[in-house]
Design a protein around this ligand. Structure first.
Ligand code: ASP
Length: 439
């Protein structure tokens, strides 16, 4: 078995955290390829090193003195080095960084130093080889990730290593300049490395024991998800469930490599497995519940709309022409409703209404704001009768008015529109009926 292990910022925020990571790696000899993030927050009031670097570089870019800020960053690393009792000096590295800041090397370069330096410390601490991501992870001229070239170079480079540390979050452009992925991008690096070495598992270590069925800010101590498919995860991620960078799924998904989300602070927990497909039943019929507030519905009425060829296209054209994407479009015989993000829609409202009148000649247009969408996701719904019925009776029992229903043809999710006000109680009602009632 070959495992790639990625550790997030909170897992590497201090020497104590590094020590936990060290014992996790040492206790399993299959954990030979390590992808670290930059040191994260040690507590709620702390600042991530990545943010310190962005701030420091902003001063450099504005020709202001950044010495104190850079010293503070150096001190964070020194504390880790001292706590691990390593005889490692980053003095020369910091001299180079200082010069590169003065030469305006760019904010991507600046931010990437967070993982670069943490990678050097991690490699020294574990006695593993250090492989600079700039030499093995590539972007093309347009700044898009170059998967083919990366896979070729990275797999050849790692074939020579028995074990290695590859810092997350960055790579290089064809001209050698450093470029980062978007925030949280070390997850992507981990996935790319897993693909390159054809790993059996990509372990992603963070500070929670996997994904939770529902948002813990709404449900107290929600149950964890044991196994989730990539497709289910995409649905939940789209609805705002955090933890893993969404682009991290693609490289491993192509290879059928499962991702195991684990907790550095509770390594005994199994965490969540993210897999391509599975016949393992989820413990509950549903895998997860997620949702978002802040939508508007634009309800367009026209008699015999259903027999007018091109009506839907004209309606959606009015949104497209105003640069708006839509979320859902449930329709009836004489009505069609378009759900859009409220913050994007508000400033264009009257333009859209005018365009709708011009293009689709409706009889009436009604707009409602402050709506929320709740997604109930689960591969188990396909084979279970009565899921929708249970959802709606739970909502009715809790006096929640359902504004919209949308079930994808994959039967993987049911999306329900409610008012923003009913959002939390809708999630609680659904959680109660599917999870609490089953425990
Ligand atoms: N350090 C980077 C960030 O804070 C990347 C990462 O941690 O994945 O976004």
């Amino acid at each position: 078995m070959r495992k790639v292990v990625k550790f997030g910022g909170s897992s590497l925020a201090s020497a104590e955290q590094f020590k936990k990571v060290g014992s996790i790696i040492r206790e399993d000899e299959e954990r030979k390829f390590v992808v670290p993030s930059a040191p994260g927050k040690r507590d709620d009031r702390d600042t991530k090193v990545t943010d310190m670097l962005y701030g420091c570089y902003a001063l450099a870019d504005a020709d202001q003195d950044f010495s104190a800020e850079l010293k503070a960053i150096e001190a964070r690393y020194q504390q880790i080095i001292d706590g691990l009792e390593l005889s490692l000096s980053l003095e020369e590295e910091f001299a180079v960084i200082r010069q590169m800041f003065l030469d305006k090397a760019g904010s991507d370069y600046a931010a990437s130093r967070g993982e670069y330096l943490n990678g050097i410390i991690m490699a020294a601490y574990l006695g593993f080889a250090f492989v600079d991501a700039a030499q093995v992870i590539f972007f093309n001229e347009n700044g898009d990730f170059d998967g083919d070239r990366t896979n070729e170079v990275l797999s050849a480079r790692l074939a020579d290593c028995e074990s290695a540390v590859i810092p997350g979050f960055y790579g290089s452009m064809p001209d050698g300049r450093i470029k980062t992925f978007s925030r949280g991008g070390s997850d992507i690096t981990g996935s790319i490395v897993a693909k390159a070495i054809k790993a059996d598992v990509y372990e992603n270590w963070t500070d929670v024991s996997g994904f939770l069925i529902a948002d813990p800010r709404i449900i107290q101590n929600p149950e964890a998800i044991d196994v989730i498919t990539y497709r289910e995860l995409r649905e939940l991620a789209y609805m705002g469930v955090p933890v893993l960078h969404e682009d991290a799924i693609f490289p491993v998904r192509q290879q059928g490599i499962p991702i195991n989300i684990r907790n550095t602070n509770a390594p005994e927990d199994d965490g969540t497995w993210i897999v391509g497909s599975t016949c393992q039943k989820s413990r509950f019929v549903i895998t997860g519940i997620a949702g978002k507030k802040g939508f508007c519905s634009v309800n367009i009425e026209k008699d015999k709309m259903n027999s007018e060829i091109g009506f839907g296209r004209k309606v959606l054209q009015a949104f497209e022409d105003n640069g708006l994407s839509f979320e859902h479009v449930p329709s009836g015989i004489d009505t069609m409703t378009v759900f859009v993000h409220q913050d994007e829609f508000m400033c264009k409202e009257q333009k859209v209404v005018a365009a709708l009148h011009r293009m689709a000649e409706p009889e009436a247009i009604e707009i409602e704001s402050d709506l929320a969408l709740v997604a109930v996701v689960g591969r188990g719904m396909k084979s279970t009768r009565g899921t929708a019925g249970r959802i709606f009776s739970a909502l009715a029992h809790n006096n929640i008015n359902v504004k919209m229903i949308d079930q994808g043809s994959s039967e993987l999710n049911i999306i329900i529109g409610v008012t923003n006000e009913d959002f939390e109680s809708a999630i609680r009602a659904i959680y109660d009926i599917f999870v609490i009632a089953q425990l």
